[in-house]
Design a protein around this ligand. Sequence first.
Ligand SMILES: Cc1ncc(COP(=O)(O)O)c(C=O)c1O
Length: 342
Amino acid sequence: MVEKNLDFRSDTVTWPSPEMRQAAAEAMVGDMGYGEDPSVNELERLAAEKLGKEAALFVTSGHQGNAVAILAQTKKGDEIILETRSHIYSMEKGHWAVIGSLVPRLIKGVDGFLPSEQIRSNIHGGIKDSFRTSLLCNENTNLAAGGTAIPIKQMKTMYDTGKELGLQVHTDGARVFNAATALGVDVKEIARHADTVQFCLSKGLAAPVGSMVVGPQEVIDHAKSFRRMLGGSMRQAGIIAAPGIVALTKMVDRLQEDHDNAAYLGEGLEKLGFKLSYLVKTNMVFVDLTSVGWGKDEWVDACAKSGFKTGVRSPERVRLVTHYGIEREDIKRLLDDLSSTI
Ligand SMILES: Cc1ncc(COP(=O)(O)O)c(C=O)c1O
């Protein structure tokens, strides 16, 4: 029997496809530190082309990608505008403070959107000439808003406002291809409203390792020196870049399937009486357990009985993320099992 990856905790748990494993085995390699790994060079070329940017950089993780993009576009002592619940602010161990000596100016977004007037009134720490504000960051899809995709109009407003104020704009697009799929646009439409974008190969696109940063050549060159500083200048990295090429060429079109599965799962849970914390827009379903009088232990036990792992966000709330490896029939089985337990 083929082992299945029945793990709803995140799309970070995806296993590489057979084609990715094959690509890794056969990858052409060289020394990436010398710029001589052909697979890495091809992946970087492809990523820049797909996102419509001048250049791209292969990095070890989304976290490292956000760090080098931020460091490359700021100077020590600058202020950067971050959304209060963003991954960059809350989950990345403060690389921007520890390495960049940057000061965060936090704005509470509306479903990930930072309105113009909020950005304007927070620039320079709200006091003219107090700080040099140099960078505005946003996140699409937006995790804290339930995995929603920020619409193009809002991306444009944030970008135009940033540009009017002389800021660089960085998008944490860990799941930017999910955003493009949900919005029904080419991913370039999202990327054109940011100077730099970080996106992950290792999440819904199912590659085993890695993220990309895309942007202007000058910024990417600068980011490359920070990648070296952070230990991300690898050697025969073609072994992990080759599955990344498969991710970009073969796995983007199947993301709609994950979104459809998430919608199906959400509807099924609602029919069982569970309340969803957010509308399902991409591959994430957030469930409020109190609506059926359950706590996390009942939930985890019930799912484990059906062979599933799920993510617990709090004693009353859980998150399920659909991804490559989880199929409609698996979800149907989980819903059937839950309906006989509840
Ligand atoms: C929105 C967002 N940004 C960045 C990251 C960091 O990516 P990585 O885990 O590859 O460092 C994640 C990880 O889950 C994420 O969800």
